[in-house]
Design a protein around this ligand. Structure first.
Ligand code: HEM
Length: 533
């Protein structure tokens, strides 16, 4: 939305500049310059695309489309319709789509395995380009694109292997956060649910990433929640402009300006902790002792970097960015579905209480919550975070089994249409909380029915070499928070709420409605003190 608000006045200003009196030489000069700039933009517009001529483009520019604003606008608000059109015209074949990031090749979901195992198609290259990694304020995206993939290694090797150890502290922070945000009132109260969930997820994730001290620092929490939204809105606004203009525009776009103060502020908060850790470590090593292990992401980055330079504050912001809004979005979606299904909530409470009584806050307890796993997966199946998945950029020419070639420098995405395939799912458009419990009981599908499994019909975490490495932690965090929310609170939707949650759509992105409201009230915990387990 914001990008359009910026584009409209700009066009208006251009229109006004054309109505100036022509006898004045200065005005003529101004008009001449404007015409020249527009001419250059138009030239770039016409000549800057369609390098992949064998693959059909489905949204060809019509008439005079200054700087592609016409199709950028149409893509921003009608991406779903454009994808439907492409699928109808070119079933199981690639097609091209002009997007706010330029020309993108849209691949059919039967190519998921090929794309997932392809070394010449990189996620990081695409992220760096889409999120303007070269601009000040966007350093987090430059770090995500590091050649050594430091952040990815930390998540893959250290976070995922620590899941058993971190479940209990995670639950303690969720106890604190739920009480703080949702309270203990026995009367129904109405909340904007995304806002509350975002705070709870930010607090509990920060507990795991940064330990008990920083996770309650309100400044850090504020930055950690805001950085992602500012970065996504700021970069979307920038994408509304031609490439060359972005290097100038970012200085005045409010979201980009905010990003520029957030990184230094994050450094001010994090650096003293890092320095203290380094001092303690050096002291221990000097005495010939093994340094104390803190088992949080501050330590993990120090270990995994192996002495290579990295910016610790930016690294932590990167983790938050990958983790917090994505998890909050899915949690909100799941809760919005559950608030409409009190009988399913009752079943989930029984399962949660049974498993927690048996194993406490152990990884095994969470693993055995099969109905909860299924409910979260079903929420993600019906509404993943994007209409497409597996965003990649080719670093060499990549031939496809369909005969076409993805040229070097071109970007690709894969369709998520199999999420609603009638061949794979009965009543594919209907939410069925038990769907994946049944699939887990069936030998052919038992391995792919887990929330963390990725397949061509389950692309919410991508797939292949770049599939989300944080999904194992996300699964645990989602389950721990849902245990607290379901056992401690009753939930219901507002009387005028739609039958199912309606997501926000912008370009390819799908997002839980941040203005959706739910009613909640504290309940007795069925004889189980979930905070004391
Ligand atoms: C429900 C929550 C989450 C969702 C829906 C999600 C989704 C995704 C998706 C779609 C991708 C791209 C995968 C691909 O293109 O194949 C991705 C990548 C990534 N995610 Fe997540 N994510 C979530 C949580 C997390 C968490 C909690 C972390 C870290 C703690 C994390 C860290 C990452 C990283 C580091 C990558 C980049 C992988 C690479 O470059 O190879 N994510 N995520």
């Amino acid at each position: 939305m914001t990008s359009l608000a910026v584009v409209e006045p700009t066009l208006q200003a251009q229109r006004e500049s054309f109505s100036l009196p022509i006898h004045d030489a200065t005005y003529l000069l101004v008009r001449g310059s404007v015409a020249l700039v527009l001419g250059v933009i138009l030239f770039m517009n016409i000549h800057g695309d369609s390098k992949v001529s064998s693959i059909p483009l489905i949204n060809q520019a019509k008439g005079l489309d200054i700087a592609n604003w016409g199709w950028r606008w149409r893509f921003a608000f009608y991406a779903e319709e454009l994808l439907q059109k492409g699928m109808a015209l070119y079933k199981d074949r690639p097609f091209k789509l002009m997007t706010d990031s330029g020309e993108i090749i849209v691949l059919p979901s039967n190519l998921v395995s090929t794309i997932g195992s392809e070394d010449r198609l990189l996620l990081r290259e695409s992220v760096a380009e889409d999120f303007h990694a070269h601009l000040p304020g966007f350093e987090v995206f430059a770090a995500a694109a590091r050649y050594d993939q430091l952040g990815q290694s930390v998540v893959r090797k250290r976070l995922t292997r620590s899941l058993n150890k971190i479940t209990e502290p995670l639950s303690q922070e969720v106890s604190f956060a739920t009480e703080l945000r949702l309270g203990n009132g026995k009367e129904w109260k109405k909340v904007y649910i995304y806002k509350e969930i975002l705070d709870i997820v930010a607090r509990s994730s920060s507990r795991v990433f940064l330990g008990p001290d920083i996770c309650r620092n309100e400044d850090w929490l504020d930055i950690t929640k805001r950085y992602t939204s500012e970065a996504f809105i700021g970069s979307a606004i920038l994408r509304a402009f031609p490439n060359w203009f972005r290097n100038v525009a970012h200085w005045v776009i409010p979201q980009c300006r905010n990003l520029r103060w957030m990184a230094p502020r994050a450094r001010e908060i994090i650096t003293p902790f890092i320095e203290e850790r380094r001092r303690l470590r050096a002291e221990s090593l000097a005495k010939g002792e093994t340094p104390a292990a803190f088992d949080d992401a501050i330590d993990w980055f120090e270990d995994e970097s192996n002495g290579a330079p990295y910016d610790a504050a930016i690294a932590q912001l990167g983790l938050s960015m990958a983790a917090i809004h994505t998890t909050s979005d899915l949690l909100t979606e799941t809760l919005l579905r559950l608030a409409r299904r009190p009988e399913l909530v009752e079943e989930l409470r029984s399962e949660v209480i049974q498993e927690l009584r048996k194993d406490g806050w152990k990884k095994t307890a969470l693993y055995n919550m099969k109905l909860l796993d299924s409910v979260i997966k079903e929420s993600q199946r019906l509404r993943p975070i994007s209409m497409v998945s597996m965003v990649r950029k080719a670093v060499e020419d990549v031939p496809l089994p369909t005969g076409e070639v993805i040229p070097k420098g071109h970007r690709t995405v894969v369709l998520t249409d199999q999420h609603r395939s009638a061949e794979l799912f009965t009543n594919p458009d209907v939410f069925d909380g038990h769907r994946f419990v049944r699939q887990r009981a069936c030998p052919e599908t038992e391995n792919t029915a887990h929330f963390v499994s990725t397949t061509s019909s389950s692309l919410g975490f991508g797939h292949g070499k770049h599939a989300c490495p944080g999904r194992f932690f996300a699964a645990n965090e989602l389950k721990v928070i849902l245990c607290h929310l379901l056992v401690k609170y009753d939930w219901k939707v507002a009387p005028n709420a739609p039958a199912e949650p309606e997501p926000l759509k912008y370009s390819f992105a799908l997002q839980a409605d941040p203005w959706a409201q739910l009613y909640l009230k504290r309940r007795d915990c069925d004889g189980l003190d979930i905070d004391a387990i």
